[in-house]
Design a protein around this ligand. Structure first.
Ligand SMILES: Cc1cc2nc3c(=O)[nH]c(=O)nc-3n(C[C@H](O)[C@H](O)[C@H](O)COP(=O)(O)O)c2cc1C
Length: 199
């Protein structure tokens, strides 16, 4: 990266273009090929560059490779049945199917239990969000699409058991990555003036 006074405008323009062109892609539209192992390693290197007050790394990620998707599908089904004992076979199948969508899937987990130094959980969630965003932006720079998914199943006991979450941990979202099969028009982003004021 060029770090002299001639290049910044070009670099800054490129960075802004890259950041503002990331968009959430539904996992239904994320297909093979997914990222290689080496590319995934670099995505997590990007995640590790997130701001981290106290250097406590208040997050971790668990990969769900294709041969383990069935386990996640079972959890999605169990979580639905726990919430709604009258769930139809069709609804259960729809819940299961969500586990098989994008070629790359990982669960993002926030570590919100006691820690030393004791950083406020709100600050830890900021760090978690920054780690996820760094991951998404690097995936985007490689030409992949990405989408986040969440839902009530992430708070369910079967999911906590499958991912061996400890008491202070909370599953935040699934990160899905793959090749974009179909892209929707990008959403309109809010203008800075709508959320920035001055004292
Ligand atoms: C923690 C988190 C969880 C999310 N979960 C879902 C989800 O379950 N389903 C979904 O369609 N989008 C989900 N999203 C993605 C948002 O819907 C998406 O970011 C938003 O629509 C803005 O679109 P953009 O990312 O393209 O700017 C989630 C985003 C975050 C930050």
């Amino acid at each position: 990266m060029v770090m002299n006074n001639d290049a910044p405008a070009e670099q800054a323009g490129w960075a802004l273009e890259w950041i503002t062109t990331r968009q959430n892609i539904s996992p239904r539209r994320l297909v093979d090929p997914g990222p290689s192992e080496d590319q995934v390693k670099l995505m997590f290197r990007a995640a590790a560059a997130a701001p981290d007050h106290g250097e406590i790394r208040p997050w971790r990620f668990v990969l769900v490779p294709s041969d383990k998707r069935e386990l996640l599908a079972n959890v999605f089904a169990q979580a639905l049945i726990e919430r709604d004992e009258n769930a139809t076979a069709e609804q259960i199948e729809k819940a299961r199917e969500k586990a098989f969508r994008a070629p790359f899937l990982a669960l993002a987990i926030a570590r919100l239990g006691s820690c030393e130094p004791n950083i406020d959980p709100l600050e830890r969630m900021v760090s978690m969000g920054a780690a996820v965003q760094n991951f998404l932006l690097y995936a985007h720079s490689l030409g992949f699409g990405s989408g986040l998914t969440s839902g009530q199943a992430l708070r369910s006991l079967p999911l906590r058991q499958l991912f061996q979450l400890s008491d202070g941990e909370q599953a935040v979202c699934c990160i899905n990555v793959g090749t974009v099969a179909k892209r929707r028009p990008a959403r309109l982003r809010p203008d800075g003036e709508s959320f920035v004021s001055s004292l």
